[in-house]
Design a protein around this ligand. Structure first.
Ligand code: ADP
Length: 300
C-alpha cells in the first residue's frame, strides 16, 4: 500500500424513478418503481480507490438522511473522520428513467455546496507533502482547495466533471493531472476532436498529465510527455453509470502507490469495463483481485 489518497468530493443520494414516458412540463405521471442509491462522484471514486487497495480519507458533507452513504464509505475502509453529516439537507440527484432508457436528471448539491475554506484547510492539514489529492466539480471550494493543496506541495488531480465555470477558473498549471471525458474535453478546449484538443492543452500546459476517457472507445492520454491510448475491454455492458468514476478512482489509487502510468491505465480501463457489467455506481466498483484477474486476461 502506498501513500494516503485524499479525496475532497461529493456525497449524493440518487433517487431514481422509472416511468413509461418522461413527464411533459405541467404533467404528473406515476412511477413504475422507485429506488434510492448512494452516489456522488466523490463517494464513488473514493470507494473505487479503496476497493483497489488504497488507503483513502475523504472530506465531504451530507445531512442525516445521507448517513447510509457514509456507512458505505466506512464499509469500504475509508477514513470518514472528515465527512460531516450535520447539514440540514443532503445533496441529491432526482433521476427519471423512461422506457427505452431516455432520462432526465436534476442535481441538487445542497450540503455539498456548503463545504467551507476552513473545512478544506483542516482536512488538508492532515496530508503530507507529495501526497495525492483527488477532486471533482460537485462541491464548493474547488479554487480554494487547489490553492491550498498547491501551497502544501501536494499532487493535485482534478476530474473536471461536471464541467462548469468553477473548472474554467482553475489554474490548470497548478494541477498534476486533469481527467475528463470526451464531452468535458471538448467543452474545456473548444475543440471537438479528442486528439487535437489534447494537443492544444498539452502545448499550453506541457507539464500537465491529461487523461481522457472515451466510453466504449477506451481512452487517450498524454502522460509524462508521451501520447498513449488504449481500447476499451469488450464486455457485456448493462449499465455504464459509474464507469468514469471507477476509472478515475482506480487510476488515482494505483498512481499514489507508485505504479507506472501504462500499467495503471490498463487497470483503470479494466475497472471501467467491469463497472459497466453491474448496475449502479458504488455496487459496481471492482475489487483489486477482480481488476488484476480481468487485466491479466486482457493482456496475457
Ligand atoms: P464517464 O462516465 O465519465 O463519461 P466514460 O463513459 O468515458 O466515462 O467511461 C470511462 C471508462 O470506462 C472508459 O474509458 C472505459 O475504460 C470504460 N467503459 C465505459 N463504457 C464501456 C463499455 N461499454 N465497455 C467497456 N468499457 C467501458
Amino acid at each position: 500500500m502506498g501513500a494516503t489518497l485524499h479525496v475532497i468530493g461529493s456525497l449524493m443520494i440518487d433517487r431514481v424513478v422509472r416511468v413509461r414516458v418522461l413527464p411533459a412540463p405541467g404533467e404528473t405521471v406515476m412511477a413504475r418503481s422507485a429506488k434510492i442509491h448512494p452516489g456522488g462522484k466523490g463517494a464513488n471514486q473514493a470507494v473505487a480507490a479503496a476497493r483497489c487497495g488504497a488507503r483513502v480519507r475523504m472530506l465531504g458533507r451530507t445531512g442525516a438522511e445521507g448517513a447510509f452513504i457514509v456507512r458505505e464509505l466506512q464499509a469500504a475502509g475509508i477514513d470518514t473522520g472528515s465527512v460531516m453529516s450535520d447539514d440540514p439537507m443532503a445533496g441529491f440527484a432526482a433521476v427519471m428513467v423512461a422506457d427505452g432508457g431516455m432520462n432526465s436528471i436534476v442535481i441538487a448539491p445542497e450540503a455539498n455546496g456548503r463545504i467551507s475554506g476552513a473545512d478544506i484547510d483542516a482536512f488538508l492539514g492532515g496530508a503530507a507533502h507529495g501526497d495525492l489529492v483527488l477532486m471533482q466539480n460537485e462541491c464548493s471550494g474547488l479554487g480554494h482547495a487547489v490553492a491550498k493543496a498547491r501551497e502544501l506541495g501536494m499532487k493535485i488531480w482534478l476530474n473536471a466533471a461536471p464541467m462548469g465555470d468553477e473548472v474554467r477558473s482553475v489554474d490548470l498549471g497548478a494541477l498534476s493531472c486533469l481527467l475528463v471525458n470526451e464531452h468535458e474535453l471538448a467543452a474545456l478546449s473548444g475543440i471537438g476532436e479528442p486528439e487535437a484538443a489534447l494537443d492544444q492543452l498539452a502545448k499550453a500546459w506541457p507539464m500537465l498529465d491529461i487523461v481522457v476517457t472515451l466510453g466504449a472507445a477506451g481512452w487517450i492520454a498524454r502522460v509524462g510527455g508521451a501520447l498513449v491510448r488504449g481500447r476499451a475491454s469488450p464486455v457485456n455492458a448493462i449499465d455504464t453509470v459509474g464507469c468514469g468514476d471507477a476509472f478515475v478512482g482506480v487510476l488515482a489509487a494505483l498512481r499514489s502507490e507508485g505504479m507506472p502510468w501504462i500499467e495503471a491505465l490498463a487497470r483503470a480501463n479494466a475497472a471501467g469495463a467491469l463497472a459497466a457489467t453491474i448496475a449502479g455506481a458504488i455496487p459496481s466498483m471492482p475489487s483489486r483481485d477482480a481488476i488484476e484477474g480481468f487485466s491479466g486476461r486482457q493482456h496475457p
